[in-house]
Design a protein around this ligand. Structure first.
Ligand code: UD1
Length: 429
């Protein structure tokens, strides 16, 4: 399966943003921490979510998919705390089941997380946090095993800002005995969303969204109905799609406050940004201006938007410098962009991007989720036809990506084989 597209059309129109994948993954884990039913709305219909739901079903959770974006979950009959299958091994957020099951049952055995290959991605901070809650942790035969005779609140100082570790320790701590303090916590919108969801189940989490989270343990959680926040990264990707194709796109169902780091960079590059209650309109300009950018934890510029920014800088006037400060190996898309005529020099965690006024279509391979989406933007901005292989990465995190882009006037199709690709080429010449 690949995407094939003909670039050159400015994207124009409105696009509806789905629920936040990374919030949803934490929220699905939280939902099994009560024996009562939990209804979750605004769930994105993406592969990572389906893998998580399958893993929940395998351990005995009743998953009732009411529609594509609503699920009812009941964790009252979980029969094992051993979570392992080939799909969960390939995703990142399976690790949230360690925190959730440790909190609820004082024991969890979950396959070591995989996820996009963007660096070594250790989980030492998660384990350190569980140990601060009086659990023991070990890794054996590819499984993370966490166990506590008596899970007790504790004081955790994170060595680095980690979204995953913050959410995971928060999950376990809500059902621990006594108080927990997480210092140097991540402040991402999805950390806040998971905290709000837990509080709606009866948890007592305070301070999410600041760097100190305080949790008072409760004895049990109850059912709830909860709607997930919009996806900041999907929204940002469409905003950059408008910028690189010199289009005019209104992204709907967003929280403009969550988009500030992205909006301010687009303004610096010359785009017009119009914010309304839950929409942002991005009006591109004939030629973007270069800028420098450094990825940082929220509220800084998100690492998950770094490849999309790379594509924008390739098409900008002047030279821009990207400093990737979160992950070690997040410039793998650079070699793909070079096939389109981009000039980027990478040294360590810094990329120097020399702007050009023109990219040309090429046959590309998506190296990971966000880089894959960025290559789609490059293909839509380039002259001629671009193909992108390995789009299964993109499907992990973007709902109906090609369909939403077509709604904005993009000429893009998903094709299954060479015959379908030939047909596309014949239609668009
Ligand atoms: C999550 C997101 C991912 C996003 C990232 C940063 C999910 C499923 N994934 O990933 O899309 O790019 O946040 O916003 O939500 N680290 C350690 N030890 C740990 C944990 C993290 O050294 O125990 C390091 C990581 O290697 C990385 C940095 O801390 O350098 C931040 O990682 P973290 O915020 O934990 O990212 P993930 O939770 O893996």
């Amino acid at each position: 399966m690949q995407y094939i597209m003909k670039g050159g059309n400015p994207l124009v129109g409105e696009v509806h943003i789905s629920g936040a994948k990374n919030a949803a993954l934490g929220i699905l884990a939280a939902a099994v921490m009560t024996d009562e039913s939990v209804t979750i709305d605004n769930l994105p219909d993406v592969n990572d979510i389906n893998v998580m739901l399958d893993a929940l079903t395998e351990i005995g959770v009743v998953v009732d998919r009411i529609d594509a974006h609503t699920v009812k979950i009941n964790g009252g009959n979980i029969h094992t705390v051993h979570v392992d299958n080939e799909y969960i091994r390939r995703m990142r957020a399976g690790y949230y089941l360690i925190g959730a099951l440790l909190g609820k049952y004082s024991h969890a055995e979950v396959a070591l997380p995989g996820g996009c290959d963007i660096g070594s991605r250790p989980i030492d901070q998660h384990l350190k946090g569980f140990r601060a809650l009086s659990a023991t942790t070990r890794v054996e035969y590819g499984m993370v095993i966490a166990d506590a005779r008596h899970l007790r609140g504790g004081h955790v100082f994170m060595d680095m800002v980690s979204v995953g570790a913050t959410i995971n320790v928060m999950l376990a701590a809500v059902l621990a005995d006594g108080n927990t303090i997480i210092e140097n916590a991540a402040k991402e919108p999805h950390v806040v969303d998971v905290a709000n969801m837990l509080n709606s189940m009866g948890a007592r989490v305070r301070g999410a969204g600041t760097d100190v989270i305080r949790i008072r343990g409760v004895s049990h959680l109850h059912g709830t109905e909860y709607s997930i926040i919009p996806d900041q990264i999907e929204a940002g990707t469409f905003m950059f799609a408008a910028a690189v194709t010199r289009g005019d796109v209104t992204v709907k169902n967003v929280i403009p406050k969550h988009m500030e780091a992205i909006s301010s960079k687009l303004i610096e590059m010359g785009c017009e940004i119009v914010e309304m209650d839950d929409t942002i309109r991005v009006v591109g300009r004939p030629r973007l201006e270069s800028c420098n950018v450094k990825t940082l934890p929220y509220p800084g510029f998100p690492t998950d938007m770094q490849p999309q920014m790379g594509v924008a800088l390739v098409l900008a006037h002047g030279t821009g410098v990207i400093t990737e400060s979160i992950f070690e190996n997040r410039f793998k898309y650079v070699g793909e962009l070079a096939k389109m005529g981009a000039q980027i020099k990478v040294e360590g965690n810094v990329a120097v991007v020399y702007g050009t006024d023109r990219l040309t279509g090429a046959d590309l391979v998506a190296p990971d989720l966000r880089a894959g989406a960025a290559l789609v933007l490059a293909g839509l901005a380039a002259e001629g036809i671009t193909t992108i292989d390995d789009i299964h990465y993109i499907l992990r995190g973007y709902e109906a990506f090609d369909e939403k882009l077509r709604g904005l006037g993009a000429v893009i199709e998903t094709v299954e084989n060479a015959r379908e690709a030939r047909k596309f080429r014949l239609q668009v010449v």
